[in-house]
Ligand binder design. Structure first.
Ligand SMILES: Cc1ncc(COP(=O)(O)O)c(C=O)c1O
Length: 419
């Protein structure tokens, strides 16, 4: 099975699909990946040439075998590359494909970065200043908090600490693809519990799969990427009652009216809540994310993490962003109101069916025409980047990040011109 993660890389996953609809209506099958990627074949061939004069063993033979099943890394293309390809200045490209925040961080962040006193000294391995500020903001003791190089790093760190090779995680696709990706990297199995109508999490399916497969962790995302739906308090509690570690990814929670469950980690020993500065705080480029963990667990994550995982710049930027909470609130309000504006206008496009969203993006079903073609035309003819998915279940959809009002006008005009 080939899936694309949000960073543009795609990979083959060891997936067990666990479809549970009601009683015993279950279909479970496992698809193992085969190592047929061009990049790997090329690497093996060139190694063979050089290795014959030395040990005779290709360099790939030193790798853990399961890693050879990963598909080649395909980096997401930066502004400069897109700019050349589409013959437009970088500032003329409208980037609505990665749920970044176009308002950027408050002025305090640029100032603090410019005045950073000790860039030549290693950062604080415990990110004490930032954790202190986060603890105050979230009203939770800082001992529960660990900061990472984005929430992405924390997903990987957690899996490295929790999973033995062959262990399983539960994934509820369509969702953020890094869970399945990191499970693959850690040689774990991914058991999928596909979402129900309206992208609702299949709680009964999760319950049955926990009983049957005994996964180590279940990954829940609220609001969910790519559709923006949220889980209710009762739904999250129902999963927390199960004998499994629940990782609740709240990367987009600031755009929703649902309160964060971050303080719940004080009551539940099987809950981890992930948050990020990439979206509402507009620091995606500086890579700052954080997690709240049960106290018993976090001690061991400290032992396993890279000591300098958060750079001086990242911590300085995070602290400066938190020093102007009002700015962040205002930006969030602007994006939420723009989301509703964009939603109303997308509904009027005859070939689009947008889904209600609690995040800073909208997923729309493309009806009666090819979604990839819509994405390509927006990029080539209008310099507007949106997200399209190669994965079969989502190939008929596009996801559009919420930008500034002028970005909405540009994409709506482009979509109308294509009608
Ligand atoms: C649901 C979800 N979780 C986590 C992340 C990663 O966040 P970070 O930029 O902090 O690594 C993303 C990024 O798009 C996301 O969509």
């Amino acid at each position: 099975m080939q899936v694309f993660n949000t960073h543009g890389a795609h990979q083959h996953t060891n997936v067990i699909h666990h479809h549970c609809s009601g009683k015993e209506n279950r279909r479970v099958h496992r698809r193992m990946a085969s190592c047929t990627t061009t990049k790997l074949r090329a690497a093996t061939a060139s190694d063979a040439e050089t290795s014959s004069s030395r040990s005779g063993a290709p360099s790939t033979s030193f790798l853990r075998p399961h890693l050879l099943k990963l598909a080649p890394y395909t980096p997401i293309e930066p502004f400069e590359v897109l700019s050349q390809r589409f013959g437009r200045k970088p500032e003329d490209i409208i980037k609505l494909d990665a749920n970044e925040n176009p308002y950027g961080p408050p002025e305090e962040v640029r100032r603090a970065l410019a005045e950073m006193p000790f860039p030549h000294v290693y950062p604080d391995p415990e990110t004490r200043r930032l954790r202190g500020a986060l603890a105050a903001m979230n009203d939770i003791p800082m001992e529960h908090l660990l900061v990472g190089c984005g929430a992405d790093e924390l997903i990987d760190l957690l899996m490295r600490c929790v999973l033995e090779p062959g262990d399983a995680i539960l994934d509820c696709p369509p969702t953020f693809t890094m869970y399945a990706f990191d499970a693959d990297v850690n040689n774990a199995r991914t058991i999928t519990i596909p979402r129900l109508e309206g992208f609702k999490v299949d709680i009964e399916g999760i319950r049955q799969a926990v009983a049957e497969h005994k996964p180590k962790a279940v990954f829940l995302t609220s609001p969910n990427n790519p559709d923006g739906s949220v889980m209710s308090e009762e739904e999250v509690r129902a999963v927390l009652e199960l004998p499994v570690l629940v990782v609740l990814d709240e990367a987009y929670i600031e755009f929703s009216s649902e309160p964060s469950k971050i303080k719940w980690v004080q009551q539940y020993d099987n809950l981890v809540v992930l948050r990020t500065f990439s979206k509402s705080a507009a620091l995606a480029g500086l890579r700052v994310g954080y997690g709240a963990f049960p106290l018993g667990m976090v001690e061991y994550l400290w032992r396993a993490k890279q000591p300098y995982n958060v750079s001086v710049a990242a911590e300085v930027a995070g602290c400066a962003a938190l020093s102007n909470v009002e700015y962040m609130h205002n930006v969030r309000e602007l994006l939420v109101s723009e989301r509703e504006n964009m939603m109303a206008q997308l509904k009027a496009i005859p070939y689009l069916e947008p889904y209600p969203s609690h995040a800073n993006f909208i997923l729309a079903k493309v009806v009666g025409r090819d979604a990839k073609d819509v994405k390509d035309k927006l990029a080539k003819e209008h310099g507007i980047m949106v997200r399209h998915y190669a994965k079969k279940e989502l190939s008929g959809y596009v996801r559009i990040s919420v930008g500034k009002p002028e970005h909405t006008s540009a994409i709506i005009n482009a979509l109308k011109a294509m009608a």
